[in-house]
Every structure is written in C-alpha cells, then in structure tokens.
Design a protein around this ligand. Structure first.
Ligand code: UN1
Length: 516
C-alpha cells in the first residue's frame, strides 16, 4: 500500500527522530550506554500494515545481558536509598516527555504494531496517566501500625524495594504494559530490565531514549534498562537469574506457566503474571441493546482483537440474541479497516502471518463443531495482514472457540435462558481476566457482582470488557495468572512487606529472670 495524501505521518522522518533510521542497538544499560551493533543478530522490524521493514535492531546477546544485569544490580543499591517522592518525580518527568512527544511516539507504535494512531495515542495516554498515578503513589506507600501486647513497644509494617525487576511485555501494548509495571517498580525503589517483544522493538528504543533524557536531567541514570534478545535461550537468562528479584510477565498462559515454573523453583523470587483472557459479556433481556452493541463492537474489533481484555464471548439472553447480533452487524459495518498511516483507519491489521492462520483455523474449527460465521470471517485480499471481524453464532460453551483465547477480532455468541446458566457459561472457562454485563436490572447486576457472580479480576457493567483504567488494579485470576498492576494497591506487589517491632522503653520480658 502506498502512502497517500491521507497519510498521517512521515514514517522516515519519525524513525529518524529516534535514530531508528539505521541499525540500532537493542541493549541499553547505565554502564554500557547503547550496546554495540557489531556481531549481533539483527531483528527486522516490519510494519504489519504492508510487511515492509521499517527498522533494524541489533539484538542483545548473552554478553550484553551480563552487562545489563550487573548495571541494574549496582544502580539499585543507590536507587533504593532515594526517597520515594523523588523517585516519583523521575517517573512523572518520563510521563511528561511521553506527552510532549506523543505524536511521534504514536507513529512509532503504529509502525511497530499496526494499530491505528488513535489507538496508539490511547495507549500512550495510558502511559502518561500511569506516570501521574505512580508519582502520587510514591508519596502514599502506606504501611499500618499495629498494637503490641508488650508494654512500650511500637509495631508497624513498612514497604521496602525488592531489587531488580525483569519486565517482559507482549507485542500488543508496547508502551502501556511497560508503564503499568515499570513505573510502579521504579517508585518502589527497584531497577527495571525491560524485555519487550522482539516483534515491536522500535517503541521500546524510542521510549528508552525519553527515559534517558529524563534520567540525565534528574540524575536517575540506570533505573530503566533495555534488553531485546532475538532468541528464547538468551531471553530465559532474565527469568532464571537469581539476581533478578521479580519477573513481571505479560503474555500467553503457556509462556506464563514456564515463567512461573522457573521463577518459582528458586524460592524467594517473585513473579507477577498477566496471561490469557477469554472475556465474556452477559447481555440480559433488560439491557439497552444499542449501548451494548456499540460497547461490544469496540470490545471485539478494537486493537484488531489483540487485547488480552478483548471481548471474545457474548452470552446473550435467548429473547434478545438475534436483535443484538443484528445491531452488532450494523455497528461492525461502520468500522474502517486499513493502514494505520491512513486518516480514517479505526482498526489495523493483525500482527503477523501466524495470527492470520490462527484466525482462519479457529473459524474453520467452529464451523466444523456446528457454529455459523454470520458476519465477516474472511482474510481481506490486499497486501498486509488484514482480516474481517467475525461474529460466530450457535456456539456451545464447550466448543474450542469458546474455551480458548484467539488473538483476533472474533466473537462467539452463546444463548442462555436464565441468569444462573449465563453465569455458569461465563465462568466455565479456564481464564479469568475481564468480564462484563449489560443490564438495567439491579438484581441481575448485583448477582453478577456477588460471590456467586463473575470470577474475573475485572468486571464492567454496561461497558465493553476492554482496556485498563489506571486507577483500578489491572489483572485477573485462574489461568490469567493472578497478577495485578496499575492502581488500587497494586504497588504492593512490587515491594516487600516488613513487620517492625521496636522496644522503646528499655525493659525486657526476661528482666525478672536474668540479672546482668
Ligand atoms: C490496556 O488494555 O489499555 O493486552 C492496556 C492487554 C493488556 C494491556 C492493558 N495487557 O489488553
């Protein structure tokens, strides 16, 4: 696809702005600076919109990793003694720089991921918001005081840094996930080694450059470092390394399980997982169907269905299911699918060929099991990795399409007759990230929000399932992995709790027994 007059940005200019117009190192550490590109395997970063190479990154090797981890350990010894409000100022400055550079950064995110610039800006806005949340939180990392049974003793708990955090993020949110986990790690007094997906290395390099600018201004060098290996064996070093106190992982359940096994086998290290979701939304017979259809549409097609919170299952009351599907089809018709560089694009391509194959296979499998693809379902015949969003009806809860997560814009519609059945269908999957209900019936809503309701980490009423509200804790249970990041107490996951007891009165319980 050629760039037309509707082109939103000049790719070459934007890439040059971040020094990405030539082979760029994927390694950054305080002591190392940017690593050497000599002799490193080269990652070709291609734009999913047309498959063209947009950048070349010299991957980190084992030698780079050693320098990065040693620097992160050394810097953390200083960083842990910096007062948290000052740590917060650093993170806030990074957020300001993201805000000031949001147009160029959004262009890089679009080139990396294929997502529309509107969505890319949304994710960067989330990173900015995360910086303000973290900066404020840095002044509010409260512990509690407790009442000691001993006379003249004071007891309280306090929160201390963990050490080095390894932050592994997926291709779909190359900025937001780093911000969610990295900013909390930094205010907690940890240093961060970021291993982004090698499918989207350009955003990570651009962000690291802004971090370096903020660090030079405020004397906070080395808190954030970058590690982009090309192969799994080098990447695993970060997971297995006992110098890395915590691994924060966002990605598939399969890889998450491996991370948990490796990190868990060395007790005392911590992992935080945000893995697969299989997000369902119940639409009952009292719902405002217009509102539901709009919310569900963005939930299904947004980020081309490549969000861990994407709406994958609509569980609709049998009396309104057909009408709802009709409205969703009308809404889907209005979505412009295209190159993220074009102005009207709302939904971009899938990330790679494998994702397109998964899309095809899941739909074919659903039809074999007896479901019907009633909207979309075809790979679009144009260069790039474009697919039509698909609505699949007649899905039974046990069908493969309803049980597993496919990172594509596909939604299954399952019909139900009573609320208990709807909740059973909703919870009858292995994953537990985001959930939703559209209803105007208070009892239905409160039932879904009760202990016998949704078993997910996130519930949204009369909204789509997608997205993270930075003020709330983000994450899910069951095979989603149990981790939480962003707001509402999630910072505690990045720190260690210490219970302190101080004898300030100078007497001891042994006073009557020992005479010195
Ligand atoms: C967001 O949804 O705004 O894949 C960010 C996801 C999450 C990213 C959260 N890991 O949806």
């Amino acid at each position: 696809m050629t760039e037309t007059t509707t082109t939103l940005f000049d790719s070459e200019k934007v890439l040059a702005e971040f020094g990405l117009d030539q082979v760029h190192s994927g390694s950054y550490a305080d002591s190392l600076g940017w690593g050497t590109v000599e002799g490193r395997p080269v990652i070709e970063a291609s734009c999913p919109a047309d498959g063209e190479t947009v950048g070349r990154v010299a991957a980190s090797d084992a030698e780079d990793y050693e320098l990065i981890v040693a620097a992160a350990v050394g810097t953390q010894e200083r960083w842990r003694m910096v007062p948290p409000p000052r740590r917060g100022e650093f993170v806030r400055r990074i957020g300001q720089l993201i805000e000031e550079n949001i147009d160029s950064l959004a262009a890089v995110v679009s080139l990396d991921t294929g997502k529309s610039t509107m969505e890319a800006r949304g994710e960067l806005r989330e990173a900015v918001d995360m910086s303000t949340l973290a900066a404020g939180q840095a002044r509010m990392m409260y512990g509690s005081t407790q009442q000691s049974q001993r006379a003249e003793h004071r007891m309280y708990d306090q929160w201390l840094p963990l050490g080095v955090v390894g932050l592994i993020s997926a291709y779909n949110f190359p900025a937001a996930v780093w911000a969610q986990n990295g900013f909390l790690s930094a205010i907690a007094g940890n240093t961060v080694i970021w291993k982004p997906s090698p499918k989207v290395p350009l955003t990570a390099i651009a962000l690291q450059k802004l971090v370096n600018k903020a660090a030079a201004e405020l004397g906070c060098e080395g808190v954030f470092s970058l590690f982009i290996p090309a192969d799994d064996a080098v990447a695993e070093k970060l997971i297995a390394d006992t110098r890395v106190a915590m691994v924060s992982f966002t990605g598939s359940t399969g890889v998450g399980r491996k991370v948990a096994d490796i990190v868990g086998s060395t007790l005392g290290r911590r992992y935080q997982l945000e893995c697969s979701g299989n997000n369902g939304c119940i639409v009952d017979e009292t719902a405002d169907l217009q509102l539901a259809a709009k919310a569900l549409t963005f939930g299904v097609v947004g980020t081309t269905g490549q969000r861990c919170t994407s709406t994958r299952r609509v569980i609709a009351h049998v009396s309104i299911a057909d009408e709802l599907v009709g409205l969703m089809k009308k809404a889907f018709d209005q979505i412009t699918i295209g190159d993220p560089r074009e102005k009207d694009t709302v939904v971009g391509p899938l990330i790679d060929r494998r994702a397109v194959e998964d899309y095809r296979e899941v739909l074919a499998g659903a039809e074999r099991e007896g479901a019907s693809v009633v909207y979309g379902g075809r790979v679009i015949d144009r260069p790039g990795l474009y697919v039509e969003p698909a609505i699949v009806t007649g899905v039974e809860p046990h069908f493969a399409i309803a049980q597993s997560e496919t990172f594509a814009p596909i939604v299954s519609v399952l019909a139900y007759e009573d609320l208990d059945e709807a909740i059973a269908i909703h919870n009858g999957v292995a994953q537990g990230l985001a959930s939703g209900m559209h209803s105007t019936d208070l009892t239905h809503i409160e039932t879904f929000l009760s202990a016998r309701g949704s078993d997910c980490g996130i519930v949204r009423i009369n909204m789509g399932t997608t997205g993270a509200d930075v003020g709330a804790a983000f994450g899910g249970d069951k095979e989603t992995g149990g981790g939480r990041t962003a707001g509402s107490g999630a910072w505690q996951g990045f720190m260690r709790r210490q219970s302190v007891c101080v004898n300030w009165g100078g007497t001891s319980a042994w006073d009557s027994r020992i005479d010195l």
